[in-house]
Every structure is written in C-alpha cells, then in structure tokens.
Design a protein around this ligand. Structure first.
Ligand SMILES: Cc1cc2nc3c(=O)[nH]c(=O)nc-3n(C[C@H](O)[C@H](O)[C@H](O)COP(=O)(O)O)c2cc1C
Length: 374
C-alpha cells in the first residue's frame, strides 16, 4: 500500500457495516468459494468448521463456502468434496454455520454441479454417466448423451432442495455456481450447448436452464432469503470466452436472471482491474451493477500479483501487493463487495491485517497452502 491511503481510509471503505437489503454484513470482504476437498466421503468435519470460523473472526463479512454438491450422482469427480445432501453432510454444515455465527460472521453455501468437466467413471458414483446440455466436454468433444428433459427437471429440483436445506440449516443465503464452465455455464456457453429445444440457440434460450434453477431456488426459499448467482465470461478451457460480447448482450443475459430472483451477482474475473468491454474502465462486476442495479461482488487477484489460474496451470504461488487500485474502484461505487480467494486461503487473518495496516505481516500464497486447512 502506498501512503495515498491511510489505515483509516481503508477501514472506512472496506470495514464498515453494509446493508444490501436482504443481507447485512459487518464488512465488505467476502471469502471467495474455494474447493478444498477436506471432507472425506463428502462430510465436512470440525476442521472445516474451524477453518471458516477463523476467517469470520478476522474481519471477513461474508463467507461463500467451497463448492458443495447438489444431490446428483455425477455432481463431482472427487470423493472429498463436500455434499450438500444427506444427513451426515448436512449435520456437518450445520456445525459450520454455528461456528461462523458464533464468531459474528455470515455464511452462504455455494451449490455446485460440475457437469461435463467430470471425467467419466470418477467420483463417489463412478457408474453414473456425466451430464451436460449436449454431452460435450469443454473442448466441444462428445462424451455423453445430451441431458433429457427429465434429467434437467431432476437437476433443477436438486438445486432447489439444496437451497431449501441451506435456509433450514440457518445459512444467510445461497450462492448458485453458474460460472467457470461447470454445469450451468455449460448451458450458457455456445461451445457446450448445441441444443435445439428451448434450452439452446439464442443467448436467452441458453440462459433458460439458469433461469429455471434460480426460479426453483426462489420458490424453495421464499422472497426474503438472499440468492447470489456466480457468473463468469471466461472458462477454464478458454480465458477469452465471452457469453456476452457487448453490454447489450450482457443486459439480455442478466435481465431474466434478475426477474427469476437473483439478489446479488458474483462476477468472477481473474483480474479485477481489467475492463470488460471496450470504451469503459468498468470491470465485469461494474457493468453488471450498472445494467441491473443489483449489488455485485468483484473478485480476482485482490492483494496478489498473479492470477489464480497460474496456480492450476503452472503450480505458481503469488506475492502480496497493495490494494490501492481496488479501493479507488470501490470508492467510485463500481462494486459493493470484494471477494478474496488465495490470499485468504493462505492467511486466515488477511482481512484483519489489511484493516489494521499490518501489511508487513501478510502471508504470501504458496501452492503448499493447498495441503492443509490453516
Ligand atoms: C484452490 C481454489 C479452489 C477454488 N474453488 C472454487 C470453487 O469451488 N468455486 C468457485 O466458484 N471458484 C473457485 N475458485 C475460484 C475462486 O473463488 C476465486 O474466484 C479465484 O481464486 C480468484 O480469486 P483470487 O485471485 O483472490 O484467488 C477456486 C480457487 C482456488 C485457488
């Protein structure tokens, strides 16, 4: 951090309570959803609860859990990713909520189905076929049959059931994972959705599955429970992919999702400072806020000098950086909340250190951090 922002200014912008209508938070810092695969047989234990509690104790206003699986046999390729169904897993999540609330934090689960990114024959139910809108993987190669209408209806119900359970367990909202090339995004993306029925074709038709998921979730949780939708233009298989090439297209995509019941958009980018469209500085979150009027969360390389895909593609860590650029954008009202991933994975006290201007104590992100739940 340069001298242009004092600790007080930082505290003012990031660490004051914020009221988003249905959701009140103690700070604007969000823990980004990060898969950790520390839940044997899909059940999160006390170590997972303590991991999230540490972030809540240290200045994080809202925790979005790691991706947690809706009730479908092909939802994952990993037996250690937590479920969001079944008594044992839901009891585990209840304890997570209690720990986070006891520390004064708020928490929402990210509900997830990986779709065709699951390699056939993997995960807790290897016999189940992988599913996706057209049976295509992210390279556009056919690996399975397209989902039937019955399968689509069943999966929509599974998202709704997970959301209902989130409410019953005392979570503060729910986040639907619609980003990064997973199931919902496979419907949104033209490379993976070649359907010719009402779920495929135009951008609006490709959004139909997402719309039905949001509608079913809204129906299941009632009007007051916050629904967050995470979206990304980019895919792990193609960084420059765009669902919407212009602001007009983005509006076409977002308007029916707002209508369906989304309260907050979580706009996933790899670097928060990159403009989304030519001719304006606004990032993806900034455009989404401008076009919908809804609160938005920005994310991507906050406080770090490399983007997170360099971890997965090259096994790279990252050095800590200042957050001046972020504060300037926050000051301009470009976004409401800021989600932090790797910096918070490596350092449970990242937010508190930023708040208290203890910048020399920040812990850089190293790939080894993935091995333990610090
Ligand atoms: C280990 C790891 C696991 C992740 N798992 C998820 C996930 O389950 N769901 C999701 O939406 N994003 C996931 N992400 C992406 C993060 O939420 C975040 O968008 C990304 O790390 C960029 O933020 P950062 O630059 O602050 O790390 C993951 C990232 C990392 C590093």
């Amino acid at each position: 951090m340069t001298k242009s922002h004092t600790a007080e200014q930082v505290a003012q912008k990031l660490f004051q309570p914020v009221d988003l209508g249905k959701l009140q938070l103690a700070t604007r810092i969000v823990m980004a959803p990060m898969t950790r695969a520390f839940s044997p047989n899909g059940v999160p234990g006390s170590d997972v609860a303590a991991y999230y509690r540490r972030r809540a104790e240290n200045g994080v206003g809202l925790i979005v859990t790691e991706g947690t699986l809706i009730n479908h046999p092909a939802a994952t390729d990993n037996v250690n990713v937590p479920n969001f169904h079944g008594e044992a897993a839901l009891n585990g999540w209840k304890k997570v909520v209690e720990e986070v609330h006891a520390a004064g934090g708020k928490i929402i689960p990210q509900i997830w189905h990986v779709g065709m990114t699951r390699k056939p024959g993997t995960g807790p139910h290897p016999e189940a076929p992988s599913i996706g809108p057209s049976g295509l993987n992210l390279e556009g190669v056919k690996e399975a049959e397209p989902m039937s209408i019955e399968e689509i209806e069943q999966v929509v119900k599974a998202y709704a059931q997970a959301a209902a359970d989130a409410k019953r367990l005392g979570f503060d909202g729910v986040e639907i994972h619609g980003a990064h090339g997973y199931l919902i995004d496979q419907f949104l993306w033209e490379r993976t959705n070649k359907r010719t029925d009402r779920y495929g074709g135009s951008l609006l038709a490709r959004a139909q599955f997402a719309i039905e998921v949001v509608e079913a979730v809204r129906e299941a949780v009632g009007p007051d429970f916050p629904i967050v939708l995470r979206l990304s233009q980019w895919k792990s298989a193609q960084y420059d992919a765009k669902l919407a090439r212009t602001p007009e297209e983005l509006e076409q995509l977002l308007a029916p999702l707002v209508q369906a019941g989304v309260d907050i958009f979580h706009c996933s980018t790899r670097r928060f400072w990159e403009p989304e469209f030519e001719g304006s500085d606004l990032n993806f979150a900034g455009w989404t806020k401008k076009l919908t009027g809804k609160p938005v969360i920005t994310v991507g390389s906050i406080g770090l000098n490399t983007d997170f895909m360099s971890l997965f593609k090259e096994g790279k860590g990252a050095e800590t950086t200042d957050i001046d650029g972020l504060l300037e954008r926050l000051d301009r009202g470009e976004f409401d909340l800021v989600a932090v991933g790797r910096a918070l994975l490596a350092d449970p006290a990242w937010a508190a250190k930023i708040r208290d201007n203890r910048l020399d104590e920040l812990i850089p992100f190293k790939p080894e951090a993935l091995q333990t739940l610090v």
